[in-house]
Design a protein around this ligand. Structure first.
Ligand code: FMN
Length: 278
């Protein structure tokens, strides 16, 4: 594999093994999924193979080898060993989506606020959330949770907690509450990452929704104390390091419902080449 130094990460391998060891011993605790620990295991096996010439990594390697091997889900275990560690770019799965098809999808997605009185299947929501979790996130921490509410009245009650739903709250058949986990990033300077990561995943979710016949409308979550209080009451025992990021209304579009025409800024305004022309 190109671009790999013969010995690397020596200054933090001990700390990595400390954390890995903690993860292995707390596998049953919330927030530590077997898949992640199993992934860490496979990467560390490859790391120690790659650095086998380094005497310095030997104590860390010994500690690592003494720990029990974590098992992942069947889905992950079924993948070959080489599919779970770094691989070369040429081995990536090909995507059959052309630019034109993608552009059509981007044009098709519009914020829909009028829905049919038809429930949304939880399996469909699972499918689009599954696509969303493939989105990039800082350090691959996926610092978010999608709470899917398919009970209409409950979805509507939650949507009303946000300011900007007005009339259309009563139309919403399903709602996704996007929550960000501040505990994923220990440094205060990184507190914005939950918003970036959750938004990237939410965009994938909204595009994926269109491919299964669903429509969506993102709903702003304002940082207003009385709304926050009401939301935490709604969420019951969710600790407050879980921050509401946004809500997403989901449903089958009412074909006769109006969709506002939302003109987008011109390309010449939103992009420049070389130097920013702002
Ligand atoms: C972060 C965010 C918050 C939004 N909040 C609301 C909202 O509270 N109520 C609403 O009706 N639409 C909301 N929208 C939808 C926007 O109004 C909509 O995306 C915008 O007008 C562009 O229209 P389009 O989504 O059809 O392209 C929100 C969109 C985003 C991205």
């Amino acid at each position: 594999m190109k671009q790999r130094r013969p010995v690397f990460a020596l200054d933090y391998i001990e700390e990595t093994i400390d954390l890995y060891s903690l993860a292995v011993s707390s596998l049953k605790h919330a927030g530590t999924s077997n898949n992640e620990v199993s992934w860490a295991h496979d990467v560390l096996v490859q790391y120690f193979d790659a650095c086998s010439r380094s005497v310095l990594s030997a104590p860390a390697r010994k500690r690592f080898e003494e720990l029990p091997r974590p098992l992942a889900s069947r889905e992950i275990e079924a993948l070959s060993k080489t599919a779970r560690v770094p691989y070369v770019a040429a081995e990536r799965e090909t995507a059959s989506v052309s630019f034109d098809a993608f552009f059509d999808l981007a044009k098709r997605r519009r914020s829909v606020r009028w829905f049919q009185d038809k429930p949304v299947e939880p399996e469909k929501l699972d499918k689009i959330i599954d696509a969303a979790r493939l989105s990039p996130s800082a350090c691959n921490r996926l610092p978010y949770h999608f709470l899917a509410i398919t009970d209409g009245p409950r979805a509507q009650a939650c949507a009303r907690l946000a300011g900007g739903t007005g009339e259309f709250a009563s139309q919403i058949p399903a709602l996704v509450v996007v929550l960000g986990d501040l505990s994923c990033y220990s440094e205060e300077r990184d507190r914005h990452l939950i918003y970036i990561d959750a938004s990237l995943a939410s965009m994938s979710l909204m595009l994926a929704a269109e491919t299964v016949g669903l429509s969506t409308c993102p709903i702003n979550w304002s940082d207003v104390p009385f709304r926050e209080k009401a939301m935490y009451k709604f969420l019951q025992d969710v600790p407050e390091y879980w921050r509401p990021i946004m809500l997403i209304a989901v449903g089958y579009a009412d074909d006769s419902g109006a969709i506002p025409f939302s003109s987008k800024k011109d390309m010449s305004i939103i992009r420049s080449h070389g130097n920013a022309s702002l």
